[in-house]
Design a protein around this ligand. Structure first.
Ligand code: DAH
Length: 366
């Protein structure tokens, strides 16, 4: 037995036994690396006689195996130690109370849109959407507002400087009515949709913001008449305001896309100096409030959307979502809706858990 090698082996095993991750690698290189002493010893085997090799081979291989095994064992030990101390450091006490309540809330506009979707889903309506960057064909022309129609000027439209590939003027949609056209073109008839969403007009004061929200309703089928419209709106408003005494008044009006057109007023009554919806608007101390526009879909609109106007009839309505939210939840300044003031949001906002459902009530407060 080579005593020099034996001493070296003893020293290496002793060093490995107390090495840390870095010195362990140094030990491996010193013994088993390309220029390591065991590697060098292995290289001497080639020049030996077969008899010498028979004795030296197992000896040198034995040293190599002893060092490799010791390194593996030490490595496993160090890794176990590291994991243990990491687990000890990263204690997570799941029984601690939350440091503060979550601060986000659901905006009343989102809440009301969810309420609308819930109410109309129950009546068989699905939710349709369209782009906020619209072209003037969908926003105006197909809704029976030709280029020169005076109603176009009334819309205070934000136009883009460019036209699209078909030469149509691009704009920010001024109402949700273009979704009527898109839904009819895409799905044909019969059809029952609501289309809630953002709309834009160049207008700003206490009751007007450049961006606001509308919900459009559209029903297309055979034999649809004004009675269907009135029943649908009544049913919707009773569910939305959670009152059975909602009374509607239909007044003749004009919209290019409906014929006949009706403006819908809802009766209110004075409750401690506040106007509360409900009751006959003609009764003493009561009144009427204009709420939404609607009518029977103009046959020109059906034709623009590619439907057979002799076969299909429909009604449509459009109403301001922000206005509905104000009436239901008692805010009086529209501008505050879009200020992002945390105090307003925490006062008027809803809990994410407060999902409107028809069974639990569409208006439950957080
Ligand atoms: N688009 C109209 C507006 O923004 C509202 C409206 C009126 C929509 C009558 C309708 C409707 O669908 O039938 O002023």
């Amino acid at each position: 037995m080579d005593t020099t090698d034996q001493t070296r082996l003893d020293e290496a095993l002793a060093a490995i036994a107390k090495a840390d991750a870095d010195t362990l690698e140094a030990q491996r290189i010193a013994a088993l690396g390309k220029a390591g002493w065991i590697s060098a010893a292995l290289k001497t085997l080639g020049a030996m006689t077969p008899e010498q090799r028979q004795a030296e081979g197992p000896r040198i291989q034995g040293m190599r195996a002893a060092v490799a095994e010791a390194i593996e064992a030490r490595k496993a030990m160090l890794e176990a130690q590291a994991l243990e101390s990491q687990l000890a450091r990263e204690v997570l006490d799941l029984t601690l109370p939350a440091r503060e309540m979550p601060r986000g809330s659901v905006h009343p506009v989102s809440q009301v849109m969810d309420e609308l979707a819930e109410i109309f889903a129950d009546l068989g309506f699905s939710v349709a959407t369209g782009p906020e960057i619209e072209d003037d064909w969908h926003n105006f022309t197909a809704l029976n507002m030709a280029e020169t129609h005076p109603a176009r000027a009334m819309h205070d439209t934000f136009y883009f400087p460019d036209v699209d590939a078909e030469g149509r003027k691009m704009l920010l949609r001024t109402h949700t009515s273009p979704v009527q056209i898109r839904a009819m073109v895409e799905h044909g008839a019969p059809l029952r949709i609501i289309a809630p969403g953002r709309v834009y007009r160049s207008d700003s004061d206490a009751t007007h913001t450049p961006m606001f929200h509308q919900v459009e309703g559209l029903v297309i089928d055979e034999g649809i008449h004004l009675g269907h419209l009135k029943w649908t709106l009544e049913t919707f408003l009773k569910a939305f305001f959670e009152r059975d005494d909602i009374v509607l008044r239909l007044r003749p009006s004009y919209f290019p896309f409906t014929e006949p057109s009706v403006e819908v007023d809802v009766g209110w009554q004075d409750v401690n100096g506040r106007r509360v919806l409900g009751g006959d608007g003609d009764a003493p101390g009561h009144g009427w409030m204009e709420l939404l526009g609607s009518g029977m879909v103009n046959r020109r609109v059906l034709e623009f959307a590619g439907l057979d106007a002799d076969k299909w009839q429909g009604f449509a309505f459009g109403v301001g979502v922000d206005r509905l939210a104000m009436l239901k939840y008692g805010m009086d300044d529209l501008r505050a809706f879009f200020d992002g003031d945390g105090r307003w949001l925490s006062h008027y906002g809803f809990s994410a858990f407060d999902q409107p459902t028809l069974s639990a009530g569409v208006g439950a407060r957080a």
